[in-house]
Design a protein around this ligand. Structure first.
Ligand code: MOS
Length: 733
């Protein structure tokens, strides 16, 4: 049998997805289903003075209008609202809790009706009066009031002095605007009410057990009373990490009305949830004339809400990538009257590395050095902050293979030196890095005597390919064909798993499966060795493997017993094993994935239109479980990176504290016409330290560095440096 791990296996859930057999949260039905439509606040800050729902209630088919004045009981303390990925500081937002308005688009009422259209119409008749208060929504207006976040990154040496004395210096600010995930699937929850008050929740989420604990916390229910399911997710990119308010409203209505309720947010309401925070990334770098860095400083200022302090690792990436004699990094947060920002693909790194890698490009210009040569000159084999070696770091090979595939050596050194007809051509590059994280996951394997295998875990597949890699790993470890495997996930009753995020799922779930499969192998061997005349006598579990439906001696393939015979002999029709991922703490190494990105842009000189005609992204991410789904992850990251560089930006009218382009017509994202040639290279990287199988995981790494590579290419094409994203044509003309 051919090995499945590492192959370009197509998605095992692909057929279900394209035929419509895969059901999403808003597609579950019930005979008693009612429909809830959210009424959103129209001011960013203040108090609700009155809600007149009489006209809405008078509409035939309207069942209830739920507000903070007539809701069911909810927890009075923050604990009930705190989820697995909530910021450590502050008070999580409590939907329909009281009369306070904390941000624009905050839900203030839920109109529930027998059908969706009636609810939608009646929601327009709810009359909400506010007492508005002064507010702030502009990061740039509040940057001076930003407070410092405590981060574990220690300053090294006296960076201020080193900067002042540096022969070559670059100091600039780079801006990232508020960006939205815009997954295809809207936030939706269908909550079924069972006799006795138990809830079955179909939710759009990246973590079913996280939502289960949250719903239990908010409504003070027991874990057994709430089951959360999310077997299919139509994209999330981080937006489904924290439970969103629609699940609270749907559960609240179901509990109040004792019937099934579905709440689907509108596309506009999706802009009142989580988002990538706007940040100002200030980079000041000092260097000797040969390109050796003497100082590397990074100050990030990000926005957060009034009620929570959300921050991610914008800073610190310079220490992962480069050597510098001194360094300093600080992170500040400005409080605004907005919803709490959230994780969005490579949170922190996407923004921070954008600034860092543009600054490195500008430094290369000042040094009159090739930007790739500068990266190689400062290459670091140790994490400078932790002062630890990497479990593996084949970034040098990423640079080399990426540059070769791209043709980097043919680059004209000067800006505006390359042209094709009426278009300026620019080539830029950047580095990328992300963390290789691992989390405690559990999986349960049930193998039946007829050769069927069920692998289960409460993890999610947010489109990343988790179903497929789980099946691949199980198939290889149990020696059965892929189509004998059923994968179950996205159900809170299954073995424990955290939210699918941080790119930690592949490594974590794979090891849980390997461990459970190991237990099955050991048990089969014990029974096989008890069979009369067993050919496997004297062997340990490590000396046998499961292959082609048999227990086989590794050293001598002729010594084998069919698994069906073993199970028959043992009088069993099934074997069931559950195990965790069981990683050992490794504080002797830093663990990261790395990438080198090369970008080509072509820019119409008269119109300023930028096309990203080619991207090569060379990634080192340990062992690749599935080259097809992994390439798709990187490609998706590159496309999001194109969006970040050229298109994406929430336009907020700060006079009203309200987003003006809360729709996918005016919030621009790359479409097919914006996406040209993307080449993904996986650099071979054997990591014997990080975990047994050498898996690092990927997904986030695909976007990191892409916006910088494109911005640097735009500079190379035009000689014009645009530091505030997105690089729209008005900024180039
Ligand atoms: Mo990812 S931003 O952790 O879904």
């Amino acid at each position: 049998m051919t090995a499945r791990i590492g192959s370009a296996t197509s998605r095992v859930d692909g057929r279900a997805k394209v035929t419509g057999a895969a059901k999403y949260a808003a597609e579950f039905a019930a005979p008693d289903l009612a429909y809830g439509i959210v009424v959103s606040a129209t001011i960013p800050k203040g108090r609700i003075t009155s809600i007149d729902a009489s006209r809405a209630r008078a509409v035939g088919g309207v069942i209830d209008v739920i507000t903070h004045t007539n809701r069911v009981r909810m927890a009075d303390k923050d604990d009930g609202y705190r989820d697995e990925v909530a910021p450590e500081g502050g008070s999580p937002y409590r939907p329909l809790y009281d009369d306070r308005v904390h941000f624009n688009f905050q839900p203030v009422a839920l109109v529930v009706a027998e059908d969706e259209d009636t609810a939608r119409y009646a929601a327009t008749l709810v009359d909400v009066k506010y007492q508005a208060e002064d507010f702030a929504t502009d990061l740039h207006a509040r940057r001076e009031q930003a407070f410092k976040v405590d981060k574990p990154i220690k300053p090294r040496g006296d960076a201020t002095r080193a900067l002042a004395g540096a022969p070559v210096r670059h100091d600039a600010e780079y801006g990232v605007p508020v960006e939205y995930h815009n997954p295809m699937e809207l936030f939706a929850s269908t909550v079924l009410w069972r006799d006795g008050g138990k809830l079955v929740v179909h939710d759009k989420t990246q973590g079913v057990q996280n939502v289960q604990r949250y719903v239990c916390g908010v409504f003070e229910l027991k874990e057994d009373d709430v089951q959360v399911m999310s077997p299919f997710v139509g994209g999330a990119f981080g937006s489904g990490l924290r439970p969103q308010y629609q699940v609270v409203l749907a559960a609240m209505a179901a509990l109040k009305l004792k019937r099934a309720v579905r709440v689907v947010l509108s596309r506009a309401q999706m802009y009142g949830l989580c988002y990538r925070p706007a940040t100002i990334e200030r980079l000041a770098i000092g260097a000797n004339r040969d390109g050796g860095l003497t100082a590397l400083t990074h100050e990030a200022i990000a926005m957060t809400s009034q009620h929570e302090a959300f921050s991610r690792n914008d800073i610190g990436w310079g220490d992962v990538l480069y050597t510098s004699e001194t360094s300093r990094a600080t992170h500040r947060l400005a409080r605004l009257d907005v919803p709490t920002p959230g994780d969005m693909r490579a949170p922190g790194a996407a923004s921070g590395v954008y600034g860092l890698e543009c600054a490195m490009d500008e430094l290369a210009v000042a040094l009159k050095m090739d930007p790739l040569a500068l990266r190689l000159r400062c290459y670091s084999d140790r994490d400078q902050d932790k002062n630890l070696p990497f479990s593996s770091k084949r970034l040098r090979e990423c640079y080399q293979q990426g540059a070769e595939a791209f043709g980097w050596s043919k680059r004209g050194a000067e800006p505006r030196s390359m042209r094709e007809g009426r278009e300026l051509v620019g080539w830029g590059m950047a580095s990328g890095a992300w963390e290789a994280m691992q989390m405690p996951f559990a999986s349960r394997i049930v193998m039946t005597a007829n050769g069927h295998v069920e692998v289960a875990s409460a993890t999610s597949d947010i489109g990343t390919g988790t179903y497929t890699i789980m099946a691949q790993v199980a198939a290889d470890m149990l020696g059965v064909p892929l189509d004998s495997i059923t994968v179950k996930l996205g159900d809170s009753t299954l073995p424990k798993a955290p939210v699918e995020g941080g790119s930690w799922t592949a490594a974590s779930i794979s090891h849980a499966i390997v461990n459970a499969a190991g237990d099955i192998r050991a048990e089969l061997l014990t029974i096989a060795q008890a069979m009369p005349g067993s050919p496997l006598l004297g062997l340990t579990a490590d000396e046998v493997t499961l292959a082609d439906g048999a227990v086989v001696a590794i050293a001598d393939r002729s010594r084998s017993v069919a698994m069906a015979d073993v199970m028959r002999h043992g009088g069993m029709d099934r074997i069931e094993k559950e195990r965790g991922s069981e990683f050992k703490e490794d504080d002797k190494h830093a663990h990261n994935t790395h990438a080198a990105i090369f970008a080509e842009v072509k820019i119409d000189e008269e119109l300023g239109v930028v096309r990203v005609t080619r991207i090569v992204n060379a990634v080192a991410a340990g062992r690749i479980l599935n080259t097809k789904t992994a390439s798709s992850q990187i490609m998706g990251g590159v496309v999001m990176g194109i969006g970040m560089a050229l298109h994406e930006e929430a336009r907020i009218d700060h006079r009203f504290g309200r987003i003006m382009n809360a729709n996918i017509a005016e919030y621009h994202m790359p479409v097919n016409a914006d996406v040209h040639d993307i080449q993904v290279i996986f650099v071979e990287e054997e990591d014997r330290i990080i975990n047994k199988m050498g898996i690092k995981g990927l997904g986030e790494i695909g976007i990191v560095g892409v916006p910088a590579a494109i911005a640097n290419a735009v500079y190379h094409a035009t000689g014009k440096r645009v530091r505030d994203l997105p690089i729209t044509l008005d900024k180039l003309l």
